[in-house]
Design a protein around this ligand. Structure first.
Ligand code: URA
Length: 439
C-alpha cells in the first residue's frame, strides 16, 4: 500500500477499508511514515469525517497498537468510567471507592491535566506519598486483593493514540468527532473494560460546547462500543458551571473526601451517585442492580455507613499515601493566601462560567501549559454559589487560594467576569441532559 494513495482517498471523501486504516496507523506508530503524511491524513479526516465502520476500525487498530490489559483473572466483567473532562471534575475519586465498596473491582488508569482541564492523577498526588507509577504486576495485585487501584498510564496502552494525539495537538485536528471518539474508546478498550460508563460533558468548560455536538460524540462512542462488543452507557452532563465548589488539586481532594464521608456539595454528590449507579447497572448485567431506586439506596448507604470512605482510605494506604491527610484533610497542601469575593448586589446567580473559573485556577498555578510544567497542588478556587441561587449583597461568592499574592488580582478579575447576578428569577442548571445506552 502507499500512504499517499490512502491520504488522497480520504481527501476525496471516500471511505477507507479496514486494511488501509490499519496499514496506515501501524506504519505511523512504528515510525515508518513521516509526521507530514500522518498530519495530512489527519486533516483529511478532520475535513471529510469518517463513516461508522471507519471509526470502529480506527478505534480497534489504535487499541491493539500496544498492550491490552487482561483483567479476566480479577473479574469476569470489568467496568470502567471515563469523563471527557471538565472543571472541578473529581468524580473518579468518589465513584471508584463507592463502586468498589459494593464489591465491584475497579482497576483504573487515569491521566494528568493539561491546559484548563485537570487530571485525576495530579489531584490524587495531593496526598503525600501516593504512588501512581505502579508496575503492571503491582497494579493487578492491588486490583485483586483490594478491589481498587488507581494509577497513571504506566503500560503501553494505545501508543498509536498517544502519537496521533500529539500530532493533532499541533495541527489543528483535535476537535474532530471521529478522532476524539476513537481516541477515548481505544484507551478504554485497551484498558480491558467490558462495560464503560462515559461522562460526556457539555458546556463552556467542556470540549463539546453545545448539546448537538455532545450528543453526536456520545452516540459515536456508544456505536463504537456496540460494534466492538463492549457495553456502553454515555451520560451527557452539564459543564457550564463547575462541578461541586472546589477547582484545584488539593481543594478537590478535600471535597471528594467530604463527599465520601456523606457530605459534600449536593450537585457533586448527585452526579457521583448517578455515575456509580450506571457502573453498577453494567456490572450487574441485567441480573443484579436492575432496580434504580434500590441501587440509589445502596449507594447512599455506602456513603453514609463509611464503607465508601474506608475503601478510599484502603486505596491510599495500599499505594503509599499518607492516610493522616485522608482522616484530616486540613493536612493536605494549603495555600498561603486566601481572598474572598463578595456579591456587590443582591439577586439571583445567572451564570458561573466554568471556563473562566478554570482560567482563574490556572492563573494561580493549579494547571500546566505543557506536559512537563510543574503545578501547585495547594492553589485554586472555591466557588460558593450555583446558577439559580439567591444571594444578598455582601454574601461570599468565591474564595481564591494562592501561593503568590501577585496573582490574586488577575484571578479575582476572571472570577468577577465568571459570576453574574441578575434581578430576574433563574432556573438551576440540570445535572444531566440525556443518557444513551448501547443496548
Ligand atoms: N480525550 C482523549 O482522550 N482524546 C481526545 O481526542 C479528546 C479528549
Amino acid at each position: 500500500m502507499h500512504a499517499v494513495e490512502i491520504i488522497e482517498k480520504k481527501r476525496d471523501g471516500l471511505p477507507l477499508t479496514r486494511e488501509e486504516i490499519s496499514w496506515f496507523i501501524d506504519a505511523y506508530t512504528r515510525g515508518n511514515l513521516p509526521d507530514y503524511q500522518a498530519a495530512a491524513w489527519l486533516m483529511a479526516v478532520y475535513l471529510r469525517g469518517m463513516t461508522r465502520q471507519e471509526t470502529v476500525d480506527l478505534t480497534l487498530t489504535m487499541a491493539r497498537s500496544g498492550d491490552i490489559l487482561d483483567l479476566s483473572d480479577i473479574t469476569d466483567y470489568a467496568v470502567d468510567k471515563h469523563s471527557s473532562g471538565g472543571v472541578g471534575d473529581k468524580t473518579t475519586l468518589v465513584v471508584l471507592p463507592l463502586v468498589a465498596s459494593c464489591g465491584v473491582p475497579v482497576a483504573k488508569m487515569s491521566g494528568r491535566g493539561l491546559g484548563f482541564s485537570g487530571g485525576t492523577i495530579d489531584k490524587i498526588e495531593s496526598i503525600a506519598g501516593f504512588n501512581v507509577n505502579l508496575p503492571a504486576d503491582e497494579f493487578r495485585r492491588l486490583a485483586k486483593e483490594n478491589g481498587i487501584v488507581l494509577a497513571g498510564q504506566s503500560l503501553q496502552l494505545a501508543p498509536a493514540d498517544g502519537k496521533l494525539y500529539a500530532l493533532r495537538d499541533v495541527t489543528g485536528t483535535v476537535s474532530s468527532l471521529p478522532l476524539i471518539a476513537s481516541s477515548i474508546m481505544s484507551k478504554k478498550i485497551a484498558a480491558g473494560a467490558n462495560g464503560i460508563v462515559l461522562d460526556v460533558k457539555v458546556g463552556s468548560g467542556a470540549f463539546m460546547r453545545n448539546l448537538d455536538d455532545a450528543r453526536a460524540l456520545a452516540q459515536t462512542m456508544v456505536d463504537i462500543g456496540r460494534d466492538a462488543g463492549r457495553d456502553v452507557i454515555a451520560a451527557i452532563s452539564d459543564m457550564n458551571q463547575p462541578l461541586g465548589y472546589a477547582v484545584g488539586n488539593a481543594l478537590e481532594v478535600a471535597e471528594a473526601i467530604e463527599t465520601l464521608k456523606g457530605g459534600g456539595p449536593d450537585d457533586f454528590r448527585q452526579h457521583c451517585l448517578h455515575i456509580a449507579a450506571h457502573m453498577l447497572k453494567l456490572a450487574g448485567r441485567g441480573e443484579r442492580w436492575t432496580d434504580a431506586s434500590e441501587v440509589e439506596k445502596l449507594l447512599i448507604g455506602q456513603l453514609e455507613n463509611g464503607q465508601a470512605f474506608d475503601k478510599f482510605r484502603q486505596m491510599v494506604q495500599a499505594q503509599g499515601g499518607d492516610v493522616r491527610m485522608v482522616d484530616n484533610p486540613d493536612l493536605l497542601p494549603q495555600a498561603q493566601w486566601t481572598e474572598t469575593l463578595v456579591a456587590e448586589t443582591g439577586g439571583t446567580v445567572s451564570q458561573v462560567v466554568a471556563i473562566d473559573v478554570a482560567r482563574a485556577a490556572f492563573e494561580l498555578g493549579a494547571g500546566r501549559e505543557t506536559k512537563d510544567d510543574p503545578i501547585d497542588l495547594a492553589v485554586g478556587v472555591k466557588v460558593h454559589v450555583k446558577v439559580g441561587d439567591e444571594v444578598e449583597a455582601g454574601q461570599p461568592l468565591a474564595t481564591i487560594y494562592a501561593n503568590d499574592e501577585a496573582r490574586i488580582p488577575r484571578a479575582a478579575a476572571l472570577l468577577r467576569k465568571a459570576i453574574l447576578i441578575v434581578e430576574d428569577e433563574v432556573q438551576p442548571l440540570p445535572l444531566f441532559y440525556q443518557v444513551l445506552y448501547s443496548d
